[in-house]
Design a protein. Structure first.
Length: 296
């Protein structure tokens, strides 16, 4: 017995008559009568008592009706759920982000959940290489990252949607900062201070971008720490160990009274940001809806 036969059975049970049930199902009466006979033969029970043209459910027929209704409701709910999954309005959306981009997530997630409240998020944090591996294994679908995205795979392997660039700023211990009326420092002034740089053996993009600006001016800061963690770097600045140059949006995540954020007076350079996904992978509608939250 299949779902089609169950629909036939329920129509007959609801109408109490083959003729009316056939009309409801938009089919001829003889094929419907044959289907009912086949169902009774397959189950080995009588489903209806015949009283002329009228049909009344037997005990076995009533039991089947109740279970068939439950099955059909579950089937219809499953179809609806899968359709909504395909539309990106249900299910789980897995997203990765580098630490320096975490502050970009809350506004997009808030707008998304207001519009698609039935979608839940699975969020992963890591460096480019870890997130690249998670993307490859399909554990995440989309990454919010600094650009260029560095991983074990060639850049042609990814699709990238650029987002508005993020200006670099200097973060310094509050008691090291200049007078309140001064809101900036030059690269020459920053080069004289102990420097904390965000860098690992494999992810050097941000470090290289910053030190290119120093190098163009013949400056070479004294690096006292190379660190892979944004949080550790910020905490070192807060403790008065040194200064750092980071994208301005980072400080939305690590706002501390012991740190002051200053503009860089003689250099207006930016940190590029983007959404990254596998070029050869189908991107779900949920992921595409989420991308729209960054653009709207």
């Amino acid at each position: 017995m299949d779902m089609r036969q169950l629909r036939y059975f329920l129509a007959i049970a609801n109408e109490g008559q083959i003729t009316r049930a056939a009309k409801q199902l938009n089919m001829e009466q003889p094929p419907l009568s044959r289907q009912l006979k086949l169902m009774e033969q397959e189950l080995g029970v009588v489903l209806f008592d015949r009283m002329g043209k009228q049909l009344r459910l037997t005990q076995a027929g009533e039991s089947l009706r109740q279970r068939a209704l439950a099955l059909m409701n579950q089937f219809d709910e499953t179809i609806t759920y899968v359709q909504k999954l395909g539309e990106g309005v249900h299910g789980v959306l897995s997203v990765g982000a580098v630490v320096s981009c975490i502050s970009l997530l809350p506004p997009a997630i808030r707008r998304f959940t207001e519009k698609y409240p039935a979608v839940t998020f699975k969020l992963q944090e890591g460096d480019h290489f870890l997130l690249g591996e998670l993307l490859e294994s399909r554990d995440i679908e989309l990454i919010v990252s600094r650009l260029p995205f560095q991983s074990d795979f060639q850049s042609q392997h990814y699709s990238v949607l650029p987002l508005p660039s993020d200006p670099f700023v200097a973060i310094v211990p509050a008691d090291w900062s200049p007078a309140p009326e001064e809101q900036s420092l030059t690269l020459k002034e920053l080069a004289k201070l102990p420097f904390l740089t965000l860098k690992t053996d494999r992810t050097t993009g941000m470090h290289d971008r910053i030190f290119h600006e120093f190098g163009q001016r013949g400056l070479e800061p004294r690096i006292i720490s190379e660190c892979s963690s944004v949080a550790i770097t910020v905490s070192l600045v807060a403790s008065g160990i040194g200064i750092a140059i980071l994208p301005a949006s980072v400080m939305n995540t690590f706002a501390l009274p012991s740190i002051k954020q200053l503009a860089i007076a003689d250099a207006e350079f930016q940190s590029d940001v983007g959404l990254v996904w596998l070029k050869d992978r189908h991107l779900s509608k949920g992921a595409r809806h989420f991308m729209d939250m960054f653009l709207g």
